[in-house]
Design a protein around this ligand. Structure first.
Ligand SMILES: [Fe+2]
Ligand SMILES: [Fe+2]
Length: 184
């Protein structure tokens, strides 16, 4: 137990295994969530949950695969999907007890039908942060629409991500299918 939750929500934890590039992505996700929280007038506790999700979700993105597999367990098999469940387990081991935050981290790459606002906002910010390749005007328009219409933008983003997954010929995970069905 190296830090309190207050420490975690104020930044990337010491147990992170990430490149500088990934660190910058995480910071941009946090900035976007702070911005939306201000526009939505959410309370400090809710913002704190969003930021814990942001700072923890990719903290093991660049950890060795065997370490990720050991932490993640059998939930997902694809190497790129292990860092979410692995980070959720590490977050839990370091004192994170909020189920909404843990689910946000665990399923951030695939979607989850049982998400509360924390998981949904993290999924949006992870995709819409300005480091992602996307036409500038399309991104700005979506980012601006999130506070008034989070559900509509969430559907668009989920649809786009699922289309990319389908185009690549990959199978859709049951969590992703259930997530989509919960949105429409
Ligand atoms: Fe990720
Ligand atoms: Fe991310």
């Amino acid at each position: 137990m190296s830090s309190s939750m207050a420490d975690v929500s104020s930044g990337i934890p010491a147990w992170a295994k990430i490149s500088d590039r990934r660190r910058s992505h995480i910071e941009r996700v946090a900035v976007l969530l702070r911005d939306w929280a201000g526009r939505l007038d959410v309370d400090g506790h809710e913002l704190d949950r969003w930021l814990r999700g942001a700072y923890l979700h990719d903290t093991l993105k660049d950890a060795p695969e065997d370490e990720l597999r050991r932490l993640a367990g059998p939930l997902f098999d694809h190497p790129q999907l292990l860092h979410g469940p692995a980070a959720a387990e590490m977050a839990r081991a370091h004192g994170e007890q909020d189920q909404g935050v843990l689910d946000a981290i665990r399923y951030h790459s695939v979607g989850y039908a049982g998400w509360n606002q924390t998981g949904r906002m993290l999924y949006l910010a992870d995709y819409l942060e300005p480091g992602r390749r996307m036409p500038v005007t399309q991104r700005a328009e979506r980012v601006a629409r999130v506070p008034a219409s989070p559900a509509a933008v969430l559907r668009e983003v989920a649809q786009e991500r699922i289309i990319v997954a389908l185009s690549s010929g990959k199978p859709l995970l049951e969590q992703t299918v259930a997530f989509w069905n919960a949105l429409v």
